[in-house]
Design a protein around this ligand. Sequence first.
Ligand code: NIG
Ligand code: FE
Length: 389
Amino acid sequence: MVRTDVGVAVGADGRIHSVAADAELRRTHPDAELVDCARGVLTPGFVDSHTHAIFGRARYEEQEMRAAGVGYLEIAKRGGGIHSSVRDLRERSEEDLVALAAERLRRLAAHGTTTIEVKSGYGLSLESELRTLRVIRRLATELPVRLVPTFLGAHEVPLEYRQAPRTRTEYLDLVIHEMLPAIASEGLARFCDIFCEPGVYTTEESRRLLTAARAHGLALKLHADELENGAAAELAAELGATSADHLAAISEVGIAALAQSGTVATLLPGTMLFLGRPRQAPARALLEAGCAIALASDFNPGTSPTVNFPLVLTLGVSQLRLSVAEAFVAATVNGAAAVGMAAELGQLAPGYLADIALFDVADHREIPYWYGDRRCQRTWVGGRAAHTP
Ligand code: NIG
Ligand code: FE
């Protein structure tokens, strides 16, 4: 819903008290500190429900390789892709990773994002996955942005488990029997995710891991049907996952399964754009079937190095054929649902967390329209200034 000529009253508890006409707010909150938004547009801060923001070096060389015809999974088979980020991250200290990620998360926040789900998944060993999650925990206290930690120890099968005598099953056992209990006992993650994709993890392996994760009290997410169909969306629905993400290769059966579940369909159009793939997720078919759609950046060094959430909105409208209203709902209300926080996040409404973004535009439709620009002027998280000019 779009409202004009209103302001937002925020309480000392960091929540929204009311959204009302200026004069009324001045009357009901006579002592409030005033912030003049100069007739810009206020939105709920974006909820970016899918990022891989903890990594070392950028992987710009792979962009050119793909342009020359080498596919994403082929690069991984040659030891590049996720493996190259794993080699790199394992060498880095916690301090180094905190510094790199803080800078990148600030860039995401500068575009209007106030909540960021952050996955591990470039460690792929007990020690380096724990280090990654501790980095996220530290950043959550140091940065003025909400972070939601996700354990993605099953992002790939690490290279050292691909040659005899070691096996991929041994790695999955390590994830299930050592990593999960350690993470759960330290309370380091809210979600467990897996790259369920032909050539990466099978649906059987995914079911095994996610069932164990659920028993440890973690909520579930899947990288599902990203590049090729593997009935991963069906598995997400079956397991009651909070979200099934990517879905560019989802089938009709998968769409029907998601529509009958409470699982959010999280679409990441920046990834398909950056990979140069012709097929985007079937957003309209998902909506027509009755699915809830979230949009997210998938910020990561391999397939989506964008920090620009408004650009994701642009792609939502121009590539996924969403209306602007559908794109905003996907970036806020449904993003909040995709991190399990829909009851208190993603809306400018009384009782909701005061996570707000101010844009230097006269009409909200300009936010996806000026594509690639940065119109976000300020953000607040829990009523406190977060991004400032
Ligand atoms: O969401 N698909 C798996 N994970 C990421 C890419 C990770 C990488 O290439 O480093 C994704 O696309
Ligand atoms: Fe991803």
